[in-house]
Design a binder for this molecule. Structure first.
Ligand SMILES: Nc1ncnc2c1ncn2[C@@H]1O[C@H](COP(=O)(O)OP(=O)(O)OP(=O)(O)O)[C@@H](O)[C@H]1O
Ligand SMILES: [Mg+2]
Length: 355
């Protein structure tokens, strides 16, 4: 299993840096995901790890050995692309055998390994087929077998699921995650789909304009977003501007004024008075009738209600005028449109984030 060290990497196109001074360590055997919106530099970073793009600064090491200037074919990488990139005039077997033949592996060994990897991706019965006679999901399984059969040190995948329909996307992503764990190969996976990233990754690097905005496990990225950008990109967070009043009641909390009302929020030590921003996810907010007493709440009025079976989504206008989204379980008592309510902000999951 290979460890990847990226140190102060800069990659530019025509003088403009697309990756800027980026450093990250990818532990051996890690399923590492580059997540971010279109144009943030995911493909560029992946291509640089592969050796298809040259950095203008910084270095890249595999297991401590500098590979920054090593050509792509000598880095020991396997690659899977969005558009499969299979050879249309070769059978499934020959597609998978290609890399082994190029490496002059013995014919009998080729036979055994191709069969073993086709078996692993559930395509053993399709060796004689041509790519044109396969579904998208089957093509991507073949592409995966072709990438892994040469037993590379690192597996790189650029949005491998984005050409598949929703159901297949979930199926193939599960196969990829299972296979990655079984083979134990260090993997860098690119996606702009946050649910996909949460589902398969050991670690996620959420990128913003060529930089890593936050690095962490899926639980850290979702549960403790460091910035408004992260909170907004992963899950739909409500972002509310607040004034910090001082320390809150519980440890690690701050007292803030939000929409004209004081509430406690998780602040991890940041309780210096001044402007700040807090994030609260729709599913973490609770609605109570306006009449009852409720601590840590802000009054509001329900403007819209959507009943979706398993959940109900509300659009609530807070006292200070801001609109927020609140999700409730479908079996909870319903609030009606135009009802006055209190929105409860649980301090544990209302989190101060950098703007
Ligand atoms: N060959 C190139 N020449 C010039 N600019 C490029 C080139 N390739 C990419 N870029 C620019 O670099 C930036 C990052 O592109 P990149 O393809 O890495 O983004 P991405 O995160 O993979 O986006 P997407 O989700 O759309 O695939 C973009 O602004 C893009 O226009
Ligand atoms: Mg891309």
């Amino acid at each position: 299993m290979t460890r990847i060290d990226i140190d102060r990497l800069t990659v530019s196109y025509g003088g403009t840096p697309v990756i800027a001074d980026l450093s990250v360590e990818i532990p051996p055997g890690c399923f590492f995901t580059l997540l971010g919106p279109s144009g943030c530099g995911k493909t560029t970073l992946l291509r640089t790890i592969a050796g298809f793009a040259q950095p203008s600064g910084g270095s890249l090491r595999f297991d401590g050995a500098d590979v920054t200037r090593v050509p792509a074919y000598k880095r020991g990488i396997g690659m899977v692309f969005q558009d499969y990139a299979l050879f249309p005039d070769k059978s499934v077997f020959d597609n998978v055998a290609y890399g082994l033949r190029a490496r002059k592996v013995h014919t009998r060994a080729i036979d055994e390994r191709v069969r073993r990897y086709l078996e692993r991706v559930g395509m053993a019965a399709f060796g004689d087929r041509f790519p044109a006679a396969l579904s998208g999901g089957q093509r991507q399984r073949v592409a995966l077998a072709r990438a892994l059969v040469v037993e590379p040190r690192v597996l790189l995948m650029d949005e491998p699921l984005s050409n598949l329909d929703a159901k297949l996307r979930v199926q193939i992503r599960e196969s990829i995650a299972d296979l990655q764990r079984e083979v134990g190969i260090t993997t860098v996976f690119v996606t702009h789909d946050q649910e996909e990233a949460l589902a398969v990754s050991d670690r996620i690097a959420l990128m913003n304009k060529g930089r890593i905005e936050q690095l962490g496990t899926p639980m850290e990225i979702y549960g403790a977003p460091a910035t408004a950008y992260v909170a907004d990109f992963i899950g739909a967070a409500n972002l509310i501007e607040v004034d910090v009043v001082g320390e809150g009641t519980g440890p690690g909390t701050a007292r803030v004024r939000a929409q004209g009302h004081e509430i406690d929020v998780t602040a991890s030590g940041r309780s210096t008075p001044g402007k700040a921003c807090v994030a609260a996810r729709p599913e973490d907010l609770r609605l109570h009738a306006a009449s009852g007493a409720a601590a840590n709440a802000v009054p509001g009025t329900i403007e819209r209600r959507r009943y979706l079976g398993n959940k109900v989504t509300y659009r609530v206008r807070l006292a200070g005028g801001q609109l927020i989204a609140v999700d409730a379980h479908g079996r909870e008592p319903l609030h009606a449109e135009r009802d006055n309510v209190r929105v409860l902000f649980d301090p544990a999951v209302t989190i101060m984030v950098a703007p």
